[in-house]
Ligand binder design. Structure first.
Ligand SMILES: NC(=O)C1=CN([C@@H]2O[C@H](COP(=O)(O)OP(=O)(O)OC[C@H]3O[C@@H](n4cnc5c(N)ncnc54)[C@H](OP(=O)(O)O)[C@@H]3O)[C@@H](O)[C@H]2O)C=CC1
Ligand SMILES: O=C(O)C1=N[C@H](C(=O)O)C[C@H](O)C1
Length: 268
């Protein structure tokens, strides 16, 4: 049997899905080790549009002129504050992976955000999901062990030592120890060669290894009578940071103000 329907009666049976506008993303430090990977990840995402790539010597206004709604910053500790200031002033959300933040710098950013209640800035020392979990697990375990040390291992071109992740891990562990009423770690801090016992971050020794062949790795070692616990994370490829970066890019517009770490975006 054949049926005929006039063209005017014909209706498209597929329900119309309203088009979701793409999110415009600018990348600062776009040609660096991390920036290159971010550019690839943004270009591969259906919901994101790469609108600006800025490096040292480029004009920062490019990101604003290009209509960036979110900027991802993987630059250098000595320039990142200026970049954040510019973005906040220009109503652009910031996803920051660059390291080197202390409490004073975080407080300054929070102050800059006060007159901009709709703008979000996330500062994350590590976007690797495994690294975020390592920090969480170390925090959980801290109260059970009198001894704790952090060893971070990185590629030889890393600009800072110790790593931002190691410093944050040590601070989180130290806070968990204080909250549990643990005394100072019983381990000797004396060194016959300066530096042999690492850096002291709130009472936690942090050691930094730099070695060709490595990317980004960290161990938290905890010890009690007759036992040790080692929590280790390895980033073998910078692709490991991209799910966390893209999550932050998509979430930051819904999280005005200052967020430190991506834990809350992961529901942790
Ligand atoms: N949070 C995380 O998960 C991770 C954080 N990091 C951190 O990210 C930062 C960058 O690391 P990495 O990519 O290895 O470093 P690179 O040195 O490879 O890249 C830095 C880039 O920033 C550019 N740059 C320098 N100054 C400016 C400026 N004023 N404006 C715009 N761009 C600028 C550099 O350009 P040029 O070369 O022309 O100077 C370069 O392209 C470090 O702090 C590192 O610790 C790294 C990995 C993961
Ligand atoms: O410079 C790097 O490479 C890394 N930097 C971050 C840090 O300092 O913690 C994150 C990761 O360790 C890689």
């Amino acid at each position: 049997m054949t049926t005929s329907t006039s063209t005017t009666d014909q209706q498209d049976p597929t329900p119309t899905v309203p088009e979701v506008p793409l999110l415009n993303v600018g990348v600062l430090g776009a040609r660096g080790r991390m920036g290159t990977e971010v550019v690839k990840a943004v270009n591969a995402a259906d919901d994101l549009e790469l609108v600006a790539m800025v490096d040292d010597g480029d004009w920062l206004f490019d990101v604003a002129n290009a209509g960036a709604q979110v900027v991802v910053d993987f630059t250098r500790p000595d320039v990142v504050m200026d970049n954040i200031r510019f973005c906040i002033d220009n109503n652009i959300h910031c996803v920051v992976g660059t390291t080197g933040f202390d409490e004073a710098k975080l407080a300054t950013i929070a102050e800059w955000l006060e007159p901009k209640p709709d703008i979000g800035v996330v500062i994350a020392p590590n976007f690797g999901i495994g690294a975020v979990l390592l920090m969480k697990f170390a925090q959980e375990a801290a109260r059970f062990f009198p001894s704790v040390e952090v060893v971070e291992l990185h590629h030889p071109n890393k600009v800072d030592a110790p790593s931002g992740t190691a410093v944050r891990t040590a601070r989180l562990v130290a806070a968990a120890r204080r909250a549990a009423g643990l005394p100072a770690s019983p381990d000797a801090t004396t060194d016959s060669l300066p530096g042999a016992r690492g850096a002291d971050v709130e009472g936690v020794a942090v050691h930094a290894v730099r070695l060709t062949g490595l990317v980004a790795h960290q161990e938290v070692l905890m010890g009690a009578a007759g036992e040790t616990l080692t929590i280790r994370h390895d980033s073998f490829d910078r692709a490991s940071f991209m799910p966390g970066v893209l999550l932050a890019v998509r979430e930051i517009g819904r999280h005005p103000g200052l967020t430190v770490g991506i834990e809350s975006f992961l529901g942790l």
